[in-house]
Design a binder for this molecule. Structure first.
Ligand SMILES: CC(C)NC(=O)[C@H](Cc1c[nH]c2ccccc12)NC(=O)[C@H](CCCC/N=C(/NCCC(=O)O)S[C@H]1O[C@H](COP(=O)(O)OP(=O)(O)OC[C@H]2O[C@@H](n3cnc4c(N)ncnc43)[C@H](O)[C@@H]2O)[C@@H](O)[C@H]1O)NC(=O)OCc1ccccc1
Length: 228
């Protein structure tokens, strides 16, 4: 097997499931409790900002009570020791990769732990609530929204992601259903650019057919097994 130097790892809600963070599409998942178009679109925010701000306040509070699991820990170990290029591209808005010690992490759909001022564009570190409309620390305006990418909005740092995919020897997808684009298309991009592709997921996903290898199981077991 050709020598692996450059790795791109895509993670989704499944890697944080065993830390007690709801996934989106599972039984009783987030999208069963709330309509996507109401809470995760710019139109929904315009229609009912209180509903959306409360939805993210609830999740932001919950995330701060959770902890990384062995899958996050294993990727942090890999990040610390890997001499080649490595980029963990996460769709997750939680900070469990970083809390496990991973450094080379990119949040393509944003993060819970920032508040974005739509007046002055400042990104303010944030652990509190937004539904009570606090003023922006930078400009004092009450125009803060969650720093997350909603449906119909452009994901963050797409150029950096495609640049990493262009040099990747190995593309690994962990805990994602392959339902949301452009993330769900990365396996095909990586494959067409000559990378080997591996999926680690609880069950087969919408994109399983595109992977050279797909292993089913829990991330807390599959990821340490793959890393160590
Ligand atoms: C629904 C879907 C059809 N719609 C889209 O994809 C749309 C529209 C679209 C664009 N291109 C298309 C092409 C075709 C069709 C539609 C589109 N995409 C967009 O709007 C995107 C923006 C999408 C981002 C929306 N924001 C999120 N999150 C942030 C907010 C928030 O978090 O509230 S998406 C959100 O949902 C997605 C959820 O998916 P998963 O993470 O995979 O979670 P899920 O629950 O589905 O699955 C969990 C998996 O884990 C597994 N699992 C569970 N437990 C475990 C376990 N223990 N161990 C291992 N695995 C486990 C399960 O088996 C399962 O497979 C994640 O991306 C997550 O971030 N923007 C965009 O396209 O801009 C223009 C553009 C175009 C080209 C290039 C650039 C830009």
């Amino acid at each position: 097997m050709a020598e692996i130097r450059n790795i791109v790892i895509l993670t989704g809600a499944g890697i944080s499931a065993e830390s007690g963070i709801d996934t989106f599409r599972a039984e009783g998942g987030l999208w069963e409790q709330h309509k996507v178009e109401d809470v995760a679109t710019p139109e929904g925010f315009a229609r009912d900002p209180d509903l959306v701000l409360r939805f993210y306040d609830m999740r932001r509070e919950a995330i701060q009570t959770k902890h990384p699991n062995p899958a996050h820990d294993a990727l942090a170990r890999l990040d610390q020791h890997w001499k080649g290029n490595l980029l963990i591209v996460t769709q997750n808005v939680d900070d469990l990769h970083e809390r496990a010690g991973a450094k080379r992490v990119l949040h393509m759909h944003g993060t819970h732990l920032n508040a974005w001022c739509t007046a002055c564009d400042a990104k303010n570190p944030w652990t509190g609530t937004l539904a009570d409309r606090p003023p922006c620390p930078a400009c004092g305006t009450n125009a803060l929204r969650p720093d997350v990418v909603w449906f119909g909005e452009m994901p963050y740092e797409m150029e950096r992601i495609y640049a990493a995919l262009r040099t990747a020897d190995l593309f690994v997808s962990i805990g994602t259903s392959g339902a949301v684009y452009p993330a769900a298309g990365f396996v095909r991009d990586a494959r067409s650019l000559g990378a080997r592709t591996l999926e680690l997921n609880l069950e087969r996903s919408q994109g399983s057919g595109w992977f050279d290898e797909s292993r089913q199981g829990r991330a807390s077991e599959l990821v340490p097994e793959w890393v160590d």
